[in-house]
Design a protein around this ligand. Structure first.
Ligand code: SAM
Length: 309
């Protein structure tokens, strides 16, 4: 029995969007604890197939354990969803799911180093084979690099001041623990009655940078799109606006009935083209109030669904 426990978000909505069929073939690029995958395999009984992966080896092991009763109907590998076309055939899937962000055990285990509320090594790697940790970044990057990360990935308005404070602190001693960094930020930016911890945005920014979350999402969307058959669906759940914007832009480009040369869209220079995709729902789908009450981590989730034409 695994102690990797993650409550999947919007399971009903995900299953309604994927509509698993008894002979369907599905891919879950962020398998986590296997909660959504369990639903997909259950509803595609008796012959539905599932390919899954996760960057986190603990998630891979937990998902294999969770899905044991469907043995023979799934294949799960340790890796990035951007690499799925290396081992899943192109045009073979009826549906692909990406449920981005972190799983609960990553946040709740102090030794993974993602949480400013628990003291642990300043790590934050989803894939622990990767050499660069958050401590490496915080102790080695220049003030300009840190400020840019805090601003671009965390929207932190005090990014430059915090980056300068970190440089001063690390000249005295290396910053190696989550609590050391969280306390330093709190000393530089006292709470003044705010509910949110002042280190929230910096921790989010470091996590996105260390795991190259946005870069891999752009590449990964194009990669998993190749796996889908015509009529098949891509379901993506995001947890912050930077991710959602990338998904929205990706879907919009595929749904256009024209193409453009380069990156600038000048209406006079548009060339007619056949759209590759259509939106299944006009807007992002959000969890209901009951789900948010039962699982507050679902509160920022947004689901977008595209169908391949
Ligand atoms: C929100 S959890 C997924 C939970 C899962 N849907 C479930 O039902 O348990 C997100 C997972 O995505 C993984 N992940 C994030 N980015 C990834 C990537 N680029 N490739 C593979 N896995 C990724 C994380 O390690 C984490 O386990």
């Amino acid at each position: 029995m695994s102690n990797f426990i993650h409550t999947p978000v919007m399971t009903e909505e995900v299953l309604a969007a994927l509509n698993p069929q008894p002979r369907g073939c599905y891919a879950d690029g962020t398998i986590g604890g296997g909660g959504h995958a369990f639903g997909i395999l259950k509803f595609s009984t008796p012959e539905g197939q599932l390919y899954g992966c996760d960057r986190d080896i603990e998630a891979v092991e937990a998902a294999r354990c969770r899905l044991a009763e469907f043995e023979g109907r799934f294949e799960i590998r340790h890796g990035n969803f951007s690499e799925m076309p290396d081992w899943v055939g192109s045009g073979t899937c009826d549906g692909v799911l990406l449920d981005l962000g972190m799983s609960s055990p990553q946040i709740d285990q102090a030794e993974r180093g993602f949480s400013f509320q628990l003291d642990g090594p300043l790590d934050m790697r989803m894939d622990q084979r990767q050499p660069m940790t958050a401590a490496n970044l915080v102790n080695e990057a220049s003030a300009e690099e840190l400020a840019l990360i805090f601003w671009e990935f965390g929207g932190e308005r005090e990014s430059r001041r915090l980056a300068r404070g970190i440089i001063r602190e690390r000249e005295r001693s290396s910053i190696t623990r989550t609590k050391q960094l969280a306390d330093l930020i709190e000393r530089m930016m006292p709470r003044r009655g705010q509910k949110t911890h002042p280190a929230t945005r910096v921790f989010q920014a470091l996590r996105i940078a260390i795991n190259d979350e946005l870069g891999l999402l752009s590449v990964g969307l194009a990669a998993v799109w190749k796996l889908i058959k015509p009529g098949g669906r891509l379901v993506v759940i995001t947890f912050h606006s930077l991710e959602d914007r990338i998904v929205k832009d990706f879907g919009r480009k595929l749904a256009r009935d024209y193409r453009i040369e380069g990156n600038v869209d000048v209406p006079e220079l548009r060339q007619p083209a056949t759209p590759e995709s259509k939106w299944v729902y006009r807007k992002a789908v959000q969890p209901g109030t009951v789900e948010i009450t039962e699982n507050p981590r679902a509160r920022s989730a947004q689901m977008r669904v595209m169908e391949k034409i």
